[in-house]
Design a protein around this ligand. Structure first.
Ligand SMILES: Nc1ncnc2c1ncn2[C@@H]1O[C@H](COP(=O)(O)OP(=O)(O)OP(=O)(O)O)[C@@H](O)[C@H]1O
Ligand SMILES: [Mg+2]
Length: 248
């Protein structure tokens, strides 16, 4: 469904992403696993039009993605919930969820339907009740995170990209977000799930790609990959130290 080849992004001397090749299959949760600074968010930003690659290609259903900005990627069917909670603090929850949506489709959402629409989107995965009329900036961080997720989901994307969105969530919301991700994948979407929590990787992944220092060091179906094997790919030094500690 989605394929990146030779995808590269440098920041000065830092190779944030270095000639990455990954094939993503429709109907899967594809986890991107990697340590801090390994290039996960750089990949996310490249797949959202936030940054442009220095080299390489993105193909969606066989065709090169020619979008060059976030609006272009959204129109192509991508939607992203970013790691940094980007919220318009003075606007309502409804406004935040539907932000930019009016411009995306030719038909504007009628005023009276906006609130209902926002509430419906939230109800698909949020267990914590959130008032659509509340000022978004006044909500706890976990609720803000759900609003950000709702903004991505409201676009009904084919490719939903979630960059470390579960960190702030409590248990009930996290579980229902996971159920929602599985449902979306079963309906044929591609879910790109970025995390460094091994329990989440094991619970959700159909496919896994491991990044280390900007390089893709493993990619493919989860198969019988174990946490130990993944840790070894992700951080060989830490894995070695752990083994030595266990044997000491
Ligand atoms: N705007 C930027 N300017 C300079 N360097 C950057 C910039 N964005 C990212 N980097 C660097 O690129 C590398 C990859 O960063 P990236 O944010 O993609 O990592 P990450 O895997 O998402 O990490 P984390 O787990 O902390 O979110 C890091 O060395 C980071 O410092
Ligand atoms: Mg990141």
């Amino acid at each position: 469904m989605l394929e990146i080849s030779g995808l590269t992004k440098h920041y000065g001397e830092t190779k944030a992403l270095d000639r990455a090749d990954i094939a993503f299959r429709a109907g899967t949760v594809h986890t991107i696993l990697g340590e801090n600074g390994s290039g996960k968010s750089t990949l996310v930003k490249l797949l959202s039009g936030i940054v442009l690659p220095d080299a390489g290609q993105i193909r969606f259903e066989g065709r090169p993605v020619t979008a060059r900005d976030p609006a272009g990627f959204q129109a192509a069917g991508f939607a992203t919930a970013f790691q940094e909670v980007l919220i318009a603090p003075d606007r309502s929850v409804t406004d935040n969820i539907l932000l930019g949506l009016d411009g995306l489709f030719t038909r504007r959402i009628p005023r009276g339907e906006r609130r209902t629409r926002a509430a419906e989107v939230l109800a698909r995965f949020a267990r914590t009740p959130i008032d659509p009329d509340a000022q978004a900036g006044s909500l706890p961080l976990a609720a803000q995170q759900l609003v950000v997720l709702a903004r991505a989901v409201a676009r009904e994307p084919r490719i939903l990209i979630l960059d470390e969105i579960t960190a702030a969530l409590d248990y009930a919301d996290r579980e229902s977000v996971f159920d929602f991700m599985r449902e979306q994948a079963a309906a044929g979407c591609l879910i790109l799930f970025i995390t460094h929590r091994m329990d989440e990787v094991m619970a959700l992944s159909d496919d896994i790609s491991v990044l280390r220092s900007g390089r893709v060091v493993a990619t493919g179906p989860r198969g019988d990959a174990t946490p130990a094997a993944l840790l070894k790919k992700m951080a060989p030094q830490t894995a070695r130290e752990l083994t030595e500690t266990q044997h000491a």
